[in-house]
Design a protein around this ligand. Structure first.
Ligand SMILES: *Cc1c(COP(=O)(O)O)cnc(C)c1O
Length: 439
């Protein structure tokens, strides 16, 4: 088949007649000749700006954020922190080495430790669980709902007098239902941490994610919206939390810059880790952060084209979006009545060269063997030595709805640099395949 007849086939698929055209999986002509593939976001926007920032650090020989040659302190990480706080509409921002380090730092800032319980969704990245256990606290899983985020209806039954924190994780660009989570937390005097690692640049009811709860974290690792390969940040409006976070990320000390930022030290030195961000990382992130709005606008425009193209498909069911306008648009998910139909959809879309996948980038944590068996670095780990810690059970039995929901949804990842042709192909493939699967 030449390119011409291929395009003619795609045009038919995209039109009203698409509902009856033969699926590629059944021997029909695929919508695309080659598989569509999404790329990483931030690195596609790398350019002279990032190079200039890195060269600055090399030229001035100042790779360390607190001091170096010259009388003034280096300013890359400091500038990143200042501009991140402005962009996220928080009073304070702290650069750290990774999103995982940011989680550990935020949990420490909140003073979570042995004897405390933290509620987290059963579907999220490993780092959330690790941060809780590394603090010596006890992780308690809640189910997700069809937003793939923590189900507010499943939080209250998990609260005990020991519950100190809820982790609201905004997964795959979709803000969690924060109004409801914050309402529950306030009524029970529990703190809320927003993990925005997968939703940097998303917003909830007009406010940047990360700025709505007690404390927020971002990841700047390769897979996230903007990136320096590795990197993370903590944001908060609370000066005491910021002071504690800054101390924890720097072996307990509060450096002059941050002492000034919080208007003088209130607390004392305590044992911390060492998660300081380098000036190379800070420089790249200054350049990337200044491109964040463009990246978000680009990926949202592509998501909008796909949503507009499929919204009138009879019976279409999408992932629940607590705030559709605030979503990042990095993935679109369709729901099916059964797991079998969803698998059929995946196979058919793959044959059309528009592959779709189940929700990704996270793990169903309670069924991970190391979690199910409560494996830690030492047998007397405080998380699991109390009566409650010994008796709590993880495994599939604690998250049946999470397992069910994730098995019934699949969809395409979106790329901010997709051309109109590529988003048109996504729409054409869904319009061709979905009606023949859902029927
Ligand atoms: C990526 C991710 C993290 C951890 O970030 P790293 O920078 O990789 O350490 C934490 N939480 C979620 C939800 C993530 O997706």
């Amino acid at each position: 088949m030449n390119r011409r007849t291929f395009l003619a086939g795609a045009a038919v698929a995209a039109g009203a007649a698409g509902n009856t055209s033969r699926l590629a999986v059944e021997g029909g002509t695929p919508v695309r000749e080659t598989p569509l593939k999404a790329d990483f976001f931030g690195t596609q926007y790398y350019g002279e700006e990032e190079t200039r920032e890195l060269n600055d650090v090399v030229r001035t020989r100042r790779p360390f954020r607190w001091y170096g040659p010259g009388s003034e302190p280096p300013m890359k990480v400091a500038t990143f922190e200042k501009e991140l706080a402005q962009r996220m509409k928080t009073r304070y921002a702290l650069g750290v080495t990774s999103g995982s380090a940011a989680l550990q730092t935020a949990v420490a800032a909140l003073g979570i430790g042995p004897g405390d319980e933290v509620i987290l969704p059963a579907w999220t990245w490993h780092s959330c669980y690790e941060a809780i256990v590394l603090a010596g606290a006890l992780p308690v899983f809640a189910e997700i709902d069809e937003s793939f985020n923590i189900d507010p209806n499943d939080i209250e039954s998990k609260i005990t007098p020991q519950t100190k924190l809820i982790m609201a994780v905004h997964l795959q660009g979709n803000p969690a239902d924060l109004d409801r989570v914050l309402d529950i937390a306030r009524r029970h005097h529990i703190r809320v941490l927003e993990d925005c690692a997968q939703s940097v640049g998303a917003s909830y009811k007009g406010r940047p994610v990360g700025s709505l709860a007690d404390i927020g974290i971002y990841s700047l690792q390769l897979n996230k919206t903007i990136t320096s390969g590795e990197g993370g940040a903590v944001v908060t409006n609370d000066p005491l939390l910021f002071e504690r976070a800054s101390r924890y990320h720097d072996l307990g000390s509060l450096r002059p810059l941050h002492e000034k930022v919080v208007g003088g030290a209130k607390g004392d030195t305590f044992v911390g880790g060492q998660f300081r961000m380098s000036e190379f990382t800070g420089g790249v992130l200054v350049a990337q952060l200044r491109k964040l709005d463009r990246i978000v606008a680009d990926v949202r425009a592509n998501a909008r084209r796909v949503y507009d193209g499929i919204h009138d498909l009879p019976g279409i069911k999408l992932r629940h979006l607590p705030d559709p306008a605030g979503e990042l648009g990095s993935a679109i998910f369709l729901g099916f009545a059964t797991k079998e139909k969803c698998e059929h959809f995946r196979a058919a879309m793959k044959a059309e060269n528009v592959p779709v996948d189940h929700p990704g980038g996270s793990a169903i944590l309670p069924i991970q063997p190391y979690i199910e068996h409560k494996r830690t670095v030492h047998p007397a780990w405080p998380s699991f030595t109390s009566e409650r810690g010994r008796s709590i059970q993880y495994g599939a039995a604690c998250c049946p709805r999470t397992l069910d929901i994730l098995s019934r949804f699949a969809g395409p990842s979106l790329d901010p640099k997709y051309t109109e042709r590529e988003t048109t192909d996504i729409v054409a493939a869904i319009k061709k395949v979905y009606p023949q699967i859902s029927a």
